[in-house]
Design a protein around this ligand. Structure first.
Ligand code: NDP
Length: 247
């Protein structure tokens, strides 16, 4: 598997799963542009963690829920690299609460950052990919987007929405040689899951058949394959990386 001379865009690359994806794509030879919301120090750490001397990595601050930010980010990437082959929609947040207590802002922010971002990013990505008749669109959903979860109605709706969105895009742009696939991680050790109470973490662990939490690299390995030429006959799929959690 090789991504030499490919240009990849990754949203939310400053930490967690996004950082692992940036580093893996770079290690395989891709030039990578990633964005982040506010954590400039972490973004620099991601850039410094990429060691392939034959491929470049750039970062840019951009709120993926804002159309103008996304347009400006894609313009910057095209000015810098001239094309876009791979786009990984990874940036995401949770604002957990039981439905009866859920505030309007908790619903809206999660839908905006997790789902509206996929629309905004894909719209810009496809404009660039159509010209080259080549594209790999990859969406990071969640097992929660397949099964739902107590206290995560907003998050589950956003992640389920991504699956349906990606399947629609897969059909709409298959004729242009653009594939669209979704990765559904289970419990991955990142800042997002570190804030869960220990008892909840233990309950998850007990229900994971492979008996370990996932790592960002577990997700990045699948993303790298879906981004490669070898995955050219796979589109519209949802693939779980969850140690068997969703079985
Ligand atoms: P983290 O909280 O560790 O990292 C989130 C990343 O997204 C950061 O880079 C953050 O930037 C960025 N981000 C957040 N909001 C925005 C925004 N509005 N605009 C641009 N960038 C933004 O999350 P994870 O690595 O755990 O999760 C990554 C993805 O994987 C998410 O979509 C999540 O829903 C999904 N996922 C995670 C699972 C897990 O167990 N961890 C399980 C299933 C799915 P900054 O550093 O500046 O804040």
């Amino acid at each position: 598997m090789e991504l030499k001379d490919k240009v990849a865009v990754v949203t939310g690359g400053s930490r967690g799963i996004g950082r692992a994806i940036v580093m893996r794509l770079n290690a395989l030879g891709a030039n990578v542009a990633f964005n982040y919301l506010s954590n400039t120090t972490a973004a620099k750490e991601t850039v410094n963690g990429c060691s392939n001397p034959n491929a470049r990595v750039i970062s840019h601050r951009c709120d993926v829920s804002k159309a103008d930010d996304v347009k400006e980010f894609f313009k910057l990437v095209l000015d810098e690299f001239g094309k876009i082959d791979i786009v990984v929609n990874n940036a995401g947040i949770n604002r957990d609460n039981l439905l009866m207590r859920m505030k309007d802002e908790e619903w809206e922010r999660v839908i905006d950052v997790n789902l509206t971002s996929a629309f905004l990013v894909t719209r810009e990505a496809v404009k660039a990919m159509i010209r080259k008749r080549y594209g790999r669109l990859i969406y990071i959903s969640s097992v929660v987007g397949i099964r739902g979860n107590v206290g995560q109605a907003n998050y589950a709706a956003s992640k389920g929405g991504i699956i349906a969105f990606a399947k629609s895009i897969a059909q709409e742009y298959a004729g242009r040689n653009i594939t669209a696939n979704t990765v559904a991680p289970g419990f991955i050790e990142t800042d997002m899951t570190a804030k869960l109470p220990e008892e909840v973490r233990k309950r998850y662990l007990a229900s994971i058949p492979l008996k370990r939490y996932g790592k960002g690299e577990d997700v990045a390995n699948l993303v790298a394959f879906l981004a490669s030429d070898e995955a050219g006959y796979i589109t519209g799929q949802v693939i779980a990386v969850d140690g068997g959690l969703a079985i």
